[in-house]
Design a protein around this ligand. Structure first.
Ligand SMILES: [Zn+2]
Length: 153
């Protein structure tokens, strides 16, 4: 007898970092794979191409990502601060602190596109959990949608 092989569950953090659909953790959330194509990098698939999960759950669904984005930015600043402290250090006698501030600000701006996408991937995980039965179609449908206002947020 051969046992039924269960599909492996992709890791949560990795699937968020790769901007994968939260339900199957396999399909891409975004149409464009390159976050630095600035004209199209935030265009999302209406539904996951692998499992069919809708990715826009209600009007203004992604409005809440500003909180995630803020938290990620603070986390990033703390991280670069600690790294700078360990490697270069801070002193009151020179301008190393201001160099950190400048470089940190530049990095925050430069990393904005992937951070914005990451915020959306984190946000939707709170509302759409992973389903081991993603192949069978237990999709979480949005409660209400307003096509006219899609993409206004
Ligand atoms: Zn999916």
């Amino acid at each position: 007898m051969c046992a039924v092989q269960k599909d492996e569950k992709p890791a949560l953090i990795l699937s968020i970092l790769k901007n994968k659909c939260p339900r199957c953790r396999r399909g891409d959330m975004f149409k464009e794979s390159n976050p630095y194509k600035l004209k199209t990098f935030m265009r999302m698939n209406e539904r996951c191409l692998v499992c069919g999960q809708p990715l826009d759950m209600e009007p203004g669904f992604y409005y809440g990502t500003n909180m995630v984005s803020y938290a990620l930015a603070v986390l990033f600043c703390v991280l670069t601060f600690v790294l700078w402290w360990i490697t270069i250090g801070f002193s009151l006698k020179d301008s190393r602190f201001f160099w950190w501030m400048g470089i940190n600000a530049f990095l925050l701006v430069a990393l904005q596109p992937p951070l914005m996408r990451l915020s959306r991937a984190v946000w939707i995980v709170f509302f759409v959990p992973y389903s081991p039965y993603w192949k069978e179609g237990d999709i979480i449908e949005p409660e209400r949608v307003n096509k006219e206002h899609a993409g206004n947020w």
